[in-house]
Design a binder for this molecule. Structure first.
Ligand code: TYM
Length: 325
């Protein structure tokens, strides 16, 4: 079974990215064929400083390693190093339609405040490149956070459409989201997702100082009342903190509710802060070590070679199917 996932090297990665994606990748490496990449072509869909893109790419590779991905068992690579992504994108863009692309939530969100005449085509066709990423590696499983499911659904539609026309060429992928932590919310406004592109005070960044992390959690908005239980409507702030705690300790939400039943909000937040800090402290140390060691560049070089071999096999099949070969 093949597993594939990727993260965009834009902005500052958050605890949401860690819980929803990053921390889940290594569990597959002992018994699956795993491809994890840096979606740097996708990073260009919104303006980004070239130096920031270079730095984010190396840092994200270090994060992959710090999250326990073993480069001897997992292929870690940069999307732009494997030219088959761009080539398959050029072919597959003819099999997804403007109507369905304009209904994508991510496109609507990201473009809503932009001048309609100046929205980059890449932002609009984002799901075509994402479908190419997934299909090139014939991935069966794609672990992601909830906000990416729609993009995998459209990839599935594309597979049906393409295979109906050309025969069984593309492999059908399946999104996997974790039961706890598929959507981590902002600490300052639990009605919106924790995000790389938000203001910062409600978002825990993976590069934040541990003292800053503690402060952000201690000042997280809580809800009226004093009880600690799960209710996304009435208790969105507390539910979010419980989710973070449960995801990082690998406990069920029910067990966490039982544990904190008699806690006051302040003491509960202290425990959540401790767990986040005990996770991210060692994680940051490892990541910075990898950055310094030169391991990052080596991993990306080897990964690109391995990924290219697999990607080119699929590209060849597709080219033959449509009549380019
Ligand atoms: P990106 O970089 O926006 O996010 C990376 C991963 O983090 C998850 N995530 C969250 N999970 C829980 N709570 C949150 N608040 C939260 N915020 C983000 C995302 O769901 C994602 O899994 N399009 C992708 C990158 C990509 C990709 C792919 C992924 C490109 N090609 C092919 C899978 C397969 C993206 O922008 O993720």
């Amino acid at each position: 079974m093949r597993v594939l996932s990727g993260i965009k090297p834009t902005g500052k990665l958050t605890l949401g990215n860690y819980i929803g994606a990053l921390k889940n990748f290594s569990q597959y490496q002992s018994d699956h064929d795993v491809f994890i990449f840096i979606a740097d072509l996708h990073a260009l869909t919104l303006p980004i400083d070239p130096e920031e893109l270079r730095m984010n790419t190396r840092l994200l590779t270090a994060f992959y390693l710090a999250a326990g991905l073993d480069p001897n068992r997992v292929t870690i690579f940069k999307q732009s190093d494997v030219s088959a992504h761009a080539e398959l994108n050029a072919i597959l863009q003819n099999y997804l339609y403007m109507g369905e692309l304009s209904r994508m939530t991510q496109f609507k969100e990201k473009s809503q405040n932009m001048d309609g005449n100046a929205i980059g085509l890449g932002l609009f066709t984002y799901p075509v490149l994402m479908a190419s990423d997934i299909l090139l590696y014939e991935a069966n499983i794609v672990p992601v956070g909830e906000d990416q499911i729609q993009h995998i659904e459209i990839t599935r539609d594309l597979v049906v459409r393409f295979n109906n026309r050309y025969g069984k060429i593309l492999v059908m992928p399946e999104p996997i989201v974790s039961t706890v932590g598929k959507r981590i919310m902002s600490l300052s406004d639990p009605s919106i997702k924790m995000s790389k592109s938000e203001s910062g005070k409600g978002d825990i960044y993976l590069t934040d100082d541990l003292t800053v992390i503690r402060k952000k959690i201690m000042s997280a908005v809580t809800d009226s009342g004093s009880e600690i239980y799960v209710d996304e409507e009435k208790k969105p702030g507390i539910t979010n903190l419980l989710t973070i705690y449960a995801a990082l300790t690998d406990k069920s939400l029910d067990d966490c509710v039982k544990k904190f039943k008699d806690y006051r909000y302040g003491d509960f937040k202290k425990e959540v802060a401790n767990v986040v800090i005990n996770t991210l402290g060692p994680f940051q140390e490892k990541a910075y070590e990898f950055l310094k060691s030169g391991e990052v560049d080596r991993v990306l070089r080897d990964g690109a070679q391995k990924a290219t071999i697999i990607a080119n096999q699929t590209l060849k099949k597709v080219k033959e199917a449509v009549g380019l070969l």
